[in-house]
Design a protein around this ligand. Structure first.
Ligand SMILES: Nc1ncnc2c1ncn2[C@@H]1O[C@H](COP(=O)(O)OP(=O)(O)OP(=O)(O)O)[C@@H](O)[C@H]1O
Length: 539
């Protein structure tokens, strides 16, 4: 029983509510006795009650007062026998025996009152001694030692004054401190355990050293909050006592002749097995932790793969969006291209229509000009006939022109009917003769009239062209105007001159197509003539 003063050690040990076995609340001593004797198995016990006070052992059951001490004797005045310690036991200790738990309890209750108590500031009946009740059961060879320790206390807190009182408190604490050292030494595995530092530890040595013994420590703590620090110290002491591995630290020579090494080895084996069990537990926890870690890693991997899938989907969506934009833009550009093409087509049609209108206007204009030219020729012819004194209007060049242009075909304007070219030629010859009247007409219309006659010798045809337009850019090629006007069919003029005239005629008429065709035809004929001449010359 361990704890600070006033915590309830004596109350737990002996109970309260009356003396002997008749207590309403019996303590551990009476309960144990009843359990041993009333259990039906064991019918006999020997009880010894000892008190350790000031490092002396007193027999509370002895009535011999020879060794009695005056100090601290209960009111009853009964002296207590002081005992010597022999080995680990009190020599000549008195015991009471019996099989009746009630009677024994009453005797114990009597001697309980013989314990030395004193009123302190902490406890009105503070035990000043350690009380040891030893229950021997010879029939089974067992022993139960119940120890009610004196309260560990602070001298100042206990209000102790005077030298003797302080010495008494110091002695009490000596037993407590010695027991504390023994417990710590055993717990630490020291080779030396200080059992002999106090009488209390000497009497308890068997209990600590016997491998078969069991030690139960009851810690008492005060409910007073002011005693908190004491309660903590008490708990620390109890925790230290729990670490005791009995039998491994103290020499033990058992009855079978075994030495301490066997018990030490057993203790070591037990310690090793304890460590192994702890290791197994730790490995189990580690395996569980690894499983959880693996599970977490799998979850992380799954989440990563999910993230990658999401990113891939996002990339695909982005590509699709880009492709869709490209398609949309392509469609828009195609539409714009179609629109532009349509616009170009429309512009081309407008241009063609405009050109067609312009050409029509030009044709109309040319027709008007031809008509005007024709009328002018008629006037000239009338003038010419009048100057000659003839009135024949059915012949002549003007008449022929009138018949030719009776229909409005502009193409025929350049393709004169060659079937009657002699007449035309003669008429033209007449018309184009450099006669005084003609000169006169020419003088009258110097920039409006220009006549040119071409005789196609090879085809025996003559082409006559007349124009009343201003001469745009006629090429006379060194030929005098007189030569051009006065040319006849019989004249031997050079081919270049003849070509030049034809070009002039077509230029005047504005028909370049016929000009190119005629020129090409002329060149072909010229080539044939040259071949023929060459053939004749060489036979
Ligand atoms: N559990 C409890 N129920 C009722 N009263 C109790 C209890 N524990 C202790 N007490 C009372 O407290 C007082 C002190 O108890 P007790 O004498 O047992 O303390 P103690 O630890 O033995 O002190 P000390 O070490 O000084 O002897 C006593 O009057 C006791 O009746």
């Amino acid at each position: 029983m361990y704890g600070p003063t006033g915590a309830g050690k004596s109350h737990t040990m002996f109970g309260c509510g009356g003396g002997g076995s008749g207590k309403k609340e019996p303590g551990v001593v009476y309960r144990s006795l009843r359990e041993i004797l009333d259990g039906g198995v064991v019918a006999f016990v020997q009880v010894t009650v000892l008190e350790v006070y000031n490092e002396e052992i007193y027999d509370l059951l002895s009535t011999n007062c020879s060794n009695s001490l005056g100090i601290g004797c209960p009111k009853g005045g009964t002296t207590k026998a002081r005992l010597e310690v022999m080995g680990k036991k009190a020599k000549n200790a008195t015991f009471i025996s019996g099989t009746d738990a009630g009677k024994i309890s009453k005797e114990i209750a009597k001697v309980e009152k013989r314990r030395i108590v004193k009123s302190t500031l902490c406890n009105e009946r503070s035990s000043r001694s350690h009380c040891i009740i030893i229950l021997d059961v010879p029939t089974v060879g067992g022993r139960l030692m119940l120890v009610d320790m004196a309260g560990s206390e602070n001298i100042d807190q206990a209000g102790q004054t005077g030298f003797e009182a302080k010495m008494q408190t110091a002695k009490i604490n000596q037993g407590n401190i010695a027991l504390k050292r023994v417990v710590e030494s055993i717990a630490n595995g020291d080779s030396h355990v200080p059992f002999r530092d106090s009488k209390l530890t000497m009497l308890l040595q068997d209990s600590f050293e016997d491998d078969k013994s069991k030690i139960l420590m009851i810690l008492c703590a005060s409910p007073d909050p002011k005693e908190m620090h004491k309660t903590l110290c008490t708990l620390e002491y109890g925790a230290k006592a729990k670490c005791i591995v009995r039998g491994s630290h103290t020499p033990n020579k058992d009855k079978n002749g075994g030495d301490e090494s066997s018990s030490r080895i057993a203790a070591m084996d037990e310690f090793i097995s304890k460590l192994q069990s702890e290791k197994k537990q730790q490995e189990k926890e580690r395996n569980n932790a690894q499983k959880q870690l693996k599970k977490k890693e799998e979850e992380v991997a799954a989440l990563r793969s999910l993230l990658l899938q999401k990113e891939a989907c996002a990339a695909t969506d982005e590509e699709e969006a880009i492709e869709e934009k490209v398609n949309e833009r392509t469609q828009r550009l195609k539409a714009e291209l179609e629109k532009k093409l349509e616009e170009c087509r429309r512009m081309a049609e407008e241009f063609v229509e405009m050109e067609r209108r312009r050409m029509e206007e030009r044709i109309v204009q040319q027709q008007e000009e031809l008509e005007m030219m024709r009328r002018r020729l008629e006037e000239i012819e009338v003038e010419f006939r009048r100057s000659r004194g003839t009135t024949d209007e059915t012949s002549g060049f003007a008449k022929r022109l009138r018949s030719l242009y009776s229909d409005d075909d502009m193409v025929k304007s350049m393709d004169l009917d060659m079937g009657n070219n002699n007449t035309i030629s003669s008429n033209l010859s007449n018309v184009l003769q450099p006669k005084p009247q003609e000169n006169m007409v020419a003088q009258m219309y110097p920039d409006r009239v220009c006549l040119s006659t071409v005789f196609e010798e090879e085809e025996d045809k003559s082409i006559c062209s007349v124009t009343t337009r201003p001469m745009p850019s006629l090429n006379f090629g060194g030929l005098g105007k007189e030569n051009c006007v006065n040319s006849t069919a019989g004249d031997k003029e050079p081919a270049s001159c003849r070509k030049l005239r034809i070009e002039n005629i077509f230029t005047l008429c504005g028909n370049q197509r016929e000009l190119s065709q005629h020129t090409a035809k002329d060149e072909v004929l010229q080539a044939k003539n040259d071949q023929l001449v060459s053939y004749n010359e060489h036979g």
